[in-house]
Ligand binder design. Structure first.
Ligand code: ADP
Ligand code: MG
Length: 260
C-alpha cells in the first residue's frame, strides 16, 4: 500500500481511495490547479458518502416503489399547481415540521407524489417512513394489545417524514381513530406527515366514525399544512380511455372502474 492509499484508508475516505489514481491521471491530463483537484477529490468522497446514505435511507423508508417528481407528467394533471409542488420539493415543509395532504380520486397520482416527496426528503438527509393506513392500524392495534403502544408510537416518531397512504378507503373504528389521533398528537409541530386520501375533508367524520374526533384530527393536521387537491382523471385508465374502451369519464366512474 502506498503512502497516499494508507492515509486515505486511515481517514476512512473509502470512496476517494478507490478513485484517487484515476483522478490524479485526469488532473494531469486536464492540467487542474491544486484547488480544482482538491475540490474534485473531496467531491468524489462526499458524493459517495451521500449516495450510500441515501440508499440506506430509501431502504428504511419502505416505499412501495420509487417514483420521482421528474417522472410525474404535470400536463396530464393540469389542475395541480406546479409552483406548489416545486415549493414542497424544496423541503422547507420538512424543516418547519409541516404536513402535506394529497386529496383526490384513485389513480390521479397521490401516492406517486407522496413517494416522490419522500425520495426528495431522503435525498435531503431526512429519515422517511411510508406506511399504508391499514398496515399502520394493524401495527398500532397489535402494540396496544401487547401493552407496548407508547414504544410503538415512539418508534414511528423517529422518522422525520411519515407518509400515511390511503386514508379513507376503509372506515375506522373508534379505537383506531383514537390511536390515529394519538400518533398525530405526538408528531404535531415536531415532524411532518404526508397523507393521501380519496375522501374530501367533509367526509372525514365518516372515515373516523366520529365527528368530534375527526375535527380534532383535522385541526392538528391542517394547522401547518399544504393541501393539494387533485381533481383530474385517473392516469391508470388513460391508455384505455385513449383506445376508446372508456368514454370521457368522471372521477367517480374511475373510482368504480378501479374497484376501490
Ligand atoms: P393514486 O395514489 O392517486 O391512486 P398513483 O399515484 O398510485 O395514484 O398513480 C397510479 C399510477 O399512475 C402510478 O404508477 C403512477 O406512477 C402513475 N401516475 C399517476 N399520475 C401520473 C402522472 N401525472 N404522470 C406520470 N405517472 C402518473
Ligand atoms: Mg395511492
Amino acid at each position: 500500500m502506498n503512502e497516499l492509499e494508507n492515509l486515505l484508508t486511515r481517514l476512512k475516505m473509502d470512496h476517494l481511495s478507490g478513485a484517487v489514481e484515476n483522478l490524479l491521471e485526469q488532473a494531469t491530463k486536464e492540467e487542474l490547479n491544486y484547488r480544482e483537484f482538491l475540490i474534485r477529490a473531496l467531491s468524489q468522497e462526499w458524493n459517495g458518502r451521500r449516495s450510500r446514505g441515501l440508499e440506506s435511507r430509501l431502504k428504511q423508508a419502505r416505499l412501495p416503489w420509487i417514483k420521482t417528481l421528474e417522472q410525474f407528467d404535470f400536463t396530464f394533471q393540469p389542475g395541480i399547481d406546479r409552483k406548489v409542488i416545486r415549493e414542497l420539493a424544496g423541503l422547507a415543509f420538512v424543516e418547519r415540521n409541516e404536513n402535506v395532504i394529497l386529496l383526490g380520486p384513485p389513480g390521479v397520482g397521490k401516492t406517486h407524489l407522496a413517494v416522490a416527496l419522500g425520495v426528495k426528503a431522503a435525498d435531503g438527509g431526512h429519515r422517511v417512513l411510508f406506511t399504508p393506513l391499514d398496515k399502520l392500524m394493524a401495527t398500532l392495534l397489535k402494540a396496544k394489545q401487547e401493552n407496548r403502544l407508547e414504544r410503538q408510537i415512539q418508534l414511528l416518531s423517529y422518522s422525520r417524514v411519515l407518509i400515511l397512504d390511503e386514508i379513507g378507503y376503509l372506515p375506522m373504528t373508534r379505537e383506531e381513530a383514537s390511536l390515529f389521533f394519538r400518533l398525530l398528537n405526538r408528531r404535531y409541530e415536531k415532524a411532518s406527515i404526508i397523507l393521501t386520501s380519496n375522501k374530501s375533508f367533509v367526509d372525514w367524520g365518516e372515515v373516523f366514525g366520529d365527528n368530534v374526533l375527526a375535527s380534532a384530527i383535522l385541526d392538528r393536521l391542517l394547522h401547518h399544512s399544504t393541501t393539494v387537491n387533485i381533481k383530474g382523471q385517473s392516469y391508470r385508465l388513460k391508455d384505455k380511455r385513449k383506445a376508446g374502451m372508456l368514454s370521457a369519464k368522471s372521477a367517480s366512474d374511475d373510482a368504480i372502474m378501479s374497484g376501490r
